[in-house]
Every structure is written in structure tokens, then in C-alpha cells.
Design a binder for this molecule. Sequence first.
Ligand SMILES: [Zn+2]
Length: 234
Amino acid sequence: MDKENGQTDETCAGVERLAEADLPTEYGLFRIIGFKSKDTDEEFVVLVKGELDQETPGLVRIHSQCLTGDVFHSIKCDCGPQLDFAMRLIEEEGRGAIIYQPQEGRGIGIINKIRAYALQDAGLDTVEANLSLGFEADLRRYECCAEIIRQLGLRRVRIMSNNPDKIAALQAAGIEVMERVPIEVVPNERALEYMKTKKEKFGHLLEKLNLKEKTARSCGGVLAPSKGKSPCRG
Ligand SMILES: [Zn+2]
């Protein structure tokens, strides 16, 4: 109830590590680990590469599930290319983790997301559509992701994100964010409006992207991060 001193209504009652296996992918070999929230039915899937420990900051991506973008290659958003980028960069560095969190459509679920898409077809932007359906602009929570990061053995992370809310939530949950690794992709015509909304209404840190000119340093559909090696360089 009390939001002072970093306390919020929403906390994570804990997560259980329930299953794991090897997962060979186009980008390389990962471990796939299944976690489940202790107080909800939420299931989290984590891809891990290399050995993680408390001292060395680990490259981490918290990726919110986007069925349309991740699976169906929708060009309404930049989620699919962001996930590819994260997998390629972690494979190249040889160490890191991707937490795939089951919060489709910023937490409103796939059916409501399709309803929101219908409203967007009628001219609303992504925030206006969610609000008009009676939802907050963004319902996502990150406390359980922080708990998963701890269970993976990490305390310090280099977070791959453009979302300041995500970074603040991890810090509030006791994770040390040592660096933000930008994850910017080249938008196509359709995703441009969506990304513009993310920048203007959610304050996303899309620095390299010139939303007016729609051109950017491109490499196979993704932008190279400002630090570290590009997954497609050379
Ligand atoms: Zn998406």
C-alpha cells in the first residue's frame, strides 16, 4: 500500500525453477529454463548462455512476449527484431540471459491486444487504444524478473533495453544495473508510428534513431549497440 521507500503494491512472491534443457537455435546453443511464479500461473522462459555469477555483470534482456511480432513477424512493432538482436549479441559475447516474460500486449493479453489493433486500424495510437479499452497504458511488472535474475546467480546486469521503467524497476528490486545496452532496430514504415509513440509517450530511449528520416546505421535490420561488439559486424 505504501509506496514510500521503494515499496510498492506489487511484489513477487517468488519464482520456482522447474525445468531446463539444451536449446540449439539458429544463433547458437542456449540453455532453456522454465520458471513459474509462486502466486500466479505466470510461466517465464529464460534462455541462458555461459556461466553467470554475482561479480561479473551479465548481459540481460527482459523481453515481453509479443506473439504477433516474435512468432508471426508482424511489422506493426519492433519486438521480433529486438529478440533476434538480443539472441545474436548474447551468442557473440558467449554469456548472458533473455527472460521471456508472459505479459502480452503490455499485460492486456492477446485477445485485448487484437482489440487494440482494431482500434489502431481506426486511427488510435497504441496508448490511446489501451486506454480506450479501459486499461492502463502499461500494466507490466518486473519484480518476478528481478527474482529470476537473482536465481540465475546474477546481481549485476548490463541491461539490453530502451525502456527506463524497466531499468528503474530492476534497480528498485535490488539489481545493480551497470550499463544500458541500447537495442535499436531499423523500423519499417508501419512500425515507425508505434516506435514514435514509445518514444513520446513512454520516454523510451531511442537515441540513434531519427524518427523523421527513418534511416539509421543498419546491419541486417538491426542497429549496432553503442558499446560492445555488433552481432553482425565483419
Ligand atoms: Zn510487439
